[in-house]
Design a protein around this ligand. Structure first.
Ligand code: 3PG
Ligand code: MG
Length: 400
């Protein structure tokens, strides 16, 4: 894998940069700009090297055609503010507007292309269709820099195929992210705990399978925990439950026990009558979840237990909120968990918050980036790395 320095003198070169600028929006207001901020250092470094920087990125999951609500226009404005420089926004990705913007760019200028996923070729299953679109992207530039860590697990035109068409290098953000993940997977300092939350256990089975081999403790919260509680014989009322995963989860519980990996589950939950901030809610033991209620956060005794289980850890990876933290009555579990990670950071341990959503959660709850060892910009990507999968966006750079 080449680094940017190995691309040689970039003055006057057109450099296509794949960034991950997929930020949460409320209308056209960016609610967490973490991914944009994380993308700035590479873009700045290229502009300062005299390159004509052409940034490409996706937003959301449009279906291969333009849709106003997925436009990167608000992101272009924010990127300009953070760079302290004008960003020319092309209103298409590889069409007339893009070509005109690239042709007009001077050394050190930054162009942002409209959402890659407004083009069916970006995410096409067919390698030929992707290659055709990648060819049009590559036609805009002389070299390619892959810096969108959050998408390196996607075999998509701007991540994978384009790297086969241009001299390519890895950007600094991807280098940093992969460096941290390597510390988690290569001889992590122990005890090593992983905290998993979020809604669906089916998304996390592969990583659980792998973590049972590598971590010392696995703490589980969020919506996915009810499938674990069910596997342990508890009734979970109307909580999120993936009935078809109960058996797989039971298998992991047994395997963990055999391997001496401690699986820590909540002992109490906040049970509400509805998925709503105004719903009546109460703390109940996990063996007393009322049939007509659903669990929306881990309870206070669980938060204490989780903090205890993290207190002596030297390495902690956390992905996924402990509850429906967007609603104040169900934020305490996620808040407490974040605070427990901050304590580990203060005592010199390595703490990693994995993923766009978890990162946005900790910032929304008032924590700052420097309270953690590393806040990853990629949830899916970091989980797939921890699963031990090959990530297409990285393997393709090894070839080039
Ligand atoms: C993310 O938000 O996880 C990344 O930007 C990747 O987006 P995707 O899951 O839609 O491919
Ligand atoms: Mg995602």
């Amino acid at each position: 894998m080449k680094s940017i320095a190995e691309l040689g003198d970039l003055r006057g070169k057109r450099v296509l940069v794949r960034s991950d600028l997929n930020v949460p929006l409320d209308g056209s207001t960016i609610t967490d700009d973490g991914r944009i901020r994380a993308s700035v250092p590479t873009i700045t470094a290229l502009a300062e090297a005299g390159a004509r920087v052409i940034v490409c990125a996706h937003l959301g999951r449009p279906k291969g055609a333009p849709e106003e609500k997925y436009s990167l226009a608000p992101v272009a404005a924010r990127l300009g503010e953070l760079l302290g420089a004008d960003v020319t926004f092309a209103t298409d990705t590889v069409g007339e507007s893009a070509r005109a913007a690239v042709d007009a760019a001077q050394d050190g200028d930054v162009v942002l292309l409209e959402n890659l996923r407004f083009n069916a070729g970006e995410t096409a299953k067919s390698a030929d269709e992707r290659a055709e679109f990648a060819g049009r992207l590559a036609g805009l530039a002389d070299v390619f820099v892959s810096d969108g860590f959050g998408v390196v697990h996607r075999e998509q035109a701007s991540v994978f195929d384009v790297a086969r068409l241009l001299p390519s290098a890895v950007g600094g953000l991807v280098e940093t992210e992969v460096g941290v993940l390597r510390r988690l997977t290569t001889d992590p300092e122990r005890p090593y705990a992983v905290v998993l939350g979020g809604a669906k256990v089916s998304d996390k089975l592969a990583v659980i399978d792998n973590l049972i081999q590598t971590a010392d403790r696995l703490l589980i919260g969020g919506g996915m925990v009810f499938t674990f509680l069910k596997a342990q014989g508890h009734e979970v009322g109307r909580s999120l439950l993936e009935q078809d995963q109960v058996e797989a989860v039971s298998g992991y519980l047994t395997q963990a026990q055999e391997r001496g990996v401690e699986i820590v589950l909540p002992v109490d939950v906040v049970a509400a009558t509805e998925f709503s901030a105004d719903a009546d809610h109460e703390v109940v033991g996990v063996d007393a979840i009322p049939a007509d209620r659903l669990g929306l956060d881990i309870g206070p005794r669980s938060a204490e237990l989780f903090a205890e289980k993290l207190a002596d850890c030297r390495t902690v990876f956390w992905n996924g909120p402990m509850g429906a933290f967007e609603m104040a009555p169900y934020a305490a579990g996620t808040q407490a968990l974040a605070a427990a990670l901050v304590d580990v950071t203060s005592s010199g341990g390595l703490t990693v918050v994995g993923g766009g959503d978890s990162a946005a959660a900790v910032r929304q709850l008032g924590f700052t980036d420097d309270q953690f060892g590393h806040i990853s910009t990629g949830g899916g990507a970091s989980l797939e790395y921890l699963e031990g999968k090959d990530l297409p966006g990285l393997t393709v750079l090894d070839e080039s």
